[in-house]
Design a protein around this ligand. Sequence first.
Ligand code: BG6
Length: 491
Amino acid sequence: MSEISSILVIFGGNGDLTKRKLFPALYNLLSQELLLNNFAVVSVSRTKMTDEDYITKMKESIKEFSRFEYDESVFKELKKRVKYISFDFSSDEGYKNLKLELEKLDSIYKTDGRRIYYLAVAPEYFRIIVEKLKLHKMADDSGKYRVVIEKPFGKDLHSARCLNETITEAFSEKNIYRIDHYLGKEMIQNIMVLRFANFFIESLWSNKYIDNVQISALETVGVENRGGYYDSAGALKDMVQNHILQLLTLVAMEPPVRLDTESIRDEKLKVLKSLMELTPEYIKDNVVRGQYDEGYINGVKVPKYRDEYRVKHNSNTETYVALKLFVNNYRWDGVPFYIRTGKRTNRKLTEVVIQFKNMPKILYYNENKNIVPNVLVIKIQPDEGIYFQFNAKEPGSVSQIIPVKMDFCHSCIFGGNTPESYERLLLDSLKGDSTLFTRWDEVEYSWKFVDAISTLWLNESIDFPNYKAGSIGPKEAENLIKRDNREWWSR
Ligand code: BG6
């Protein structure tokens, strides 16, 4: 059992994230007996509701989204610790009441004033909530208070800096937990282990042996009901600035001196600092954007992006990005990193592909057309695992060579029901471990990189839509890699 003694205050307690992720995660943690007695949850939202109505709603969400079968006794444990409070996030009266409630719960659960404020709200409320918490003396840097912030952390470098200033006035950096749910994914956490606990892998992990790296995060879903947010963000800010660059840091980082939070973050930051500088000319040639047209996903017709709910009919927001970049440091000099992410593509797939260099073109190369490069594929989702492709002799033939795979299937060995990202991240924030959360300077350098692209795009017209829903993506993304005589590994 972990040492947790705190009250979790969820702002946005009636929102989608709370229903789909946070409450199911709390329930899952309780099912595994990972939450101790000194723990309670206060959900804050603007909608008026009784505790009873609220918890009934959460029960339905748990039934729908928890990875464990519903168990009334576990739910009862959770239910008795939940309190629902409604007020407008700018109301001083509301914070006063909240404070009183929290003090009452402190004495019941012996939480000694410790709080975790989870901001599961739209970004426009981040600032006001933090300011009010400080004003009402419910936040300081004593170490009793932590804040967990959902993305987007700003919409560009400037706004991210302003937001950070406001937050750091109330909380010190070590108590700020900027969540990136990709870091909670099982196979993403496995990347460091794979690299730094395996001699043969780490010793090949450089420009001496690696030809290129491909990072893909493709989805079949569209923007769903999030058009209002997404239309002002787009794939670059929604996925590349955070998830993809974080993933890239884990692939490219140097071994940290120790496995503690700051040592790991220091190495990740160095990768972000080594990202190439993007000139307008480079961006024009090496960054591709796309927007989906209507099409078919699993045989079902879906609308084009511009017809989605709360999306402008002439929107130029990208739903797909592909780019080539270089990490300009000693280890990676000259190795292209190809990145692609998009909505409404032909499949759900998140993976990292490490393609090794070709063998010298002698011996078997002369006779064999089948020789393929060695690749190591880290499968993040929907399948979790790792495979290594190599060349072997075809049985019975004298010299025919065929590609074969060594496949580690994570779910076959450990079972398919791996912890959800939010389970891990919520537990870490309750325990006070911020390793899997992004430090401010990481956010800052990621925005610097992304801003160079988005400011250029602002002033350039584009002919959208340019790929069909259910297709592999825009043809320009294919050309981006083909012109280097390479291909996306998964299609
Ligand atoms: C979110 C993005 O952060 O990640 C969404 O805002 C995206 O647009 C989602 O769909 C993808 O997450 P996952 O875990 O399904 O790959």
